[in-house]
Design a binder for this molecule. Structure first.
Ligand SMILES: Nc1ncnc2c1ncn2[C@@H]1O[C@H](COP(=O)(O)OP(=O)(O)OP(=O)(O)O)[C@@H](O)[C@H]1O
Ligand SMILES: [Mg+2]
Length: 238
């Protein structure tokens, strides 16, 4: 007598089926499909949703309340965020320029949210203003020391420096900015900067007076400069 082809055809299985049927239970014939559904661990969509959920909660923790509804709407900003999603190493710097209240900070947080929502690997961000950043980098500003802070800010996957150029230039601000930009430049990490300094007619931003030549030449090489124009939105909301 030939051997049963599969376990499901075997005498043992037939007997088990009879016993289960006697109790009103049904044993499905053939192999059981245990492929994970999108709701289960092991399915790529499940893991993508987990990453989005972690990323969005990190984004929310790092985002001031005012900007928790921020969505990037400027096409150049969304295009930069999409580049940072596709390959963070080549996105470089997004430099948002424009007068007070046009929505630079809003677009910046919106860009970071867009990246979080994409389910990228290892989403982590720090958002700071340039006065806070310089306060941290000053001697005695951090219990961990400047070198540690430069590495921390330089290596975090995403960094936002809001309001660059509000400080008076000094040897200290120039050196600190240079070290930070250089660290991120060498690590090929994306960076978003907002500034009130106006863009010149040739599209460049007049940061030389504020930041010095060394920094501006690095910025020019890797920055996407996006003017955020319009009127002061804060007046509209009054
Ligand atoms: N697209 C938008 N939709 C709704 N509200 C917005 C939008 N853009 C900006 N706002 C709101 O307008 C106000 C000013 O925007 P924001 O703070 O981003 O301006 P800013 O350009 O960064 O100004 P500043 O140069 O003074 O820092 C904020 O209250 C912000 O929430
Ligand atoms: Mg702002």
């Amino acid at each position: 007598m030939p051997e049963p082809a599969t376990l499901a055809d075997s005498k043992v299985m037939n007997r088990m089926r009879e016993l289960l049927a006697a109790r009103g239970l049904d044993l499905p014939a053939g192999p059981i499909d245990d492929t994970p559904t999108p709701e289960e661990p092991g399915h790529p969509d499940y893991h993508r949703r987990q990453r989005v959920s972690v990323a969005l909660s990190r984004w929310e923790t790092a985002t001031p309340y005012r900007y928790r509804q921020a969505t990037a709407t400027d096409p150049q900003v969304t295009a930069w965020a999409d580049r940072a999603i596709a390959d963070p190493r080549t996105a470089g710097i997004l430099l948002l320029t424009g007068p007070f209240g046009t929505g630079k900070t809003h677009q910046a947080y919106g860009a970071l949210r867009r990246i979080a929502e994409a389910g990228v690997d290892h989403f982590a961000m720090i958002a700071t203003t340039s006065p806070d950043m310089y306060a941290l980098l000053r001697p005695g500003g951090s219990e961990h020391g400047i070198q540690h802070e430069i590495k921390r800010l330089g290596r975090i996957p995403l960094l936002l420096v809001d309001d660059l150029g509000t400080e008076k230039i000094s040897e200290f601000t120039e050196e600190a900015t240079y070290r930070l930009l250089n660290e991120r430049y060498n690590e090929c990490r994306p960076l978003i900067i907002t500034t009130n300094l106006p863009a010149r007619a040739d599209g460049q931003v007049d940061l030389v007076d504020k930041l010095g030549e060394r920094i501006v030449s690095r910025l020019a090489q890797i920055a996407t400069i996006v003017p955020i124009e319009g009127t002061d939105r804060r007046r509209e909301y009054r």
